[in-house]
Design a protein around this ligand. Structure first.
Ligand SMILES: Nc1ncnc2c1ncn2[C@@H]1O[C@H](COP(=O)(O)OP(=O)(O)OP(=O)(O)O)[C@@H](O)[C@H]1O
Ligand SMILES: [Mg+2]
Length: 75
């Protein structure tokens, strides 16, 4: 199963893109959030044996591609 989510927001520099899955990495003002959204998402998807990839460029928006295996593993 593949889920693709795209926006037409501010996008990210290459430098930011490489850090978005790190716990507590943020480009927002300190104290404005938990700064855990992307890292928790990464961990949940990884536990399901899936992958999350990010395509983004400044001023061009962001696309997140989530791939999760659907087939049950045999016991
Ligand atoms: N759709 C997006 N467009 C541009 N930058 C993004 C996007 N999603 C995440 N980011 C970048 O990744 C960083 C980490 O995202 P994450 O959701 O983990 O924390 P946050 O958004 O900073 O804080 P919180 O979700 O707690 O408000 C953001 O600070 C931002 O720099
Ligand atoms: Mg967030």
């Amino acid at each position: 199963m593949i889920i693709r989510i795209a926006d037409n927001g501010c996008g990210m520099t290459e430098n930011v893109k490489q850090k978005i899955f790190d716990p507590f990495f943020t480009t927002k003002p300190v104290g404005s959030g938990t700064d855990l959204g992307m890292s928790i998402s990464y961990q949940i998807i990884e536990k399901h044996g899936g992958q999350i990839k990010c395509i983004s460029a400044p001023l061009q928006g962001t696309e997140l591609i989530i791939q999760i295996p659907v087939q049950m593993k045999s016991a």
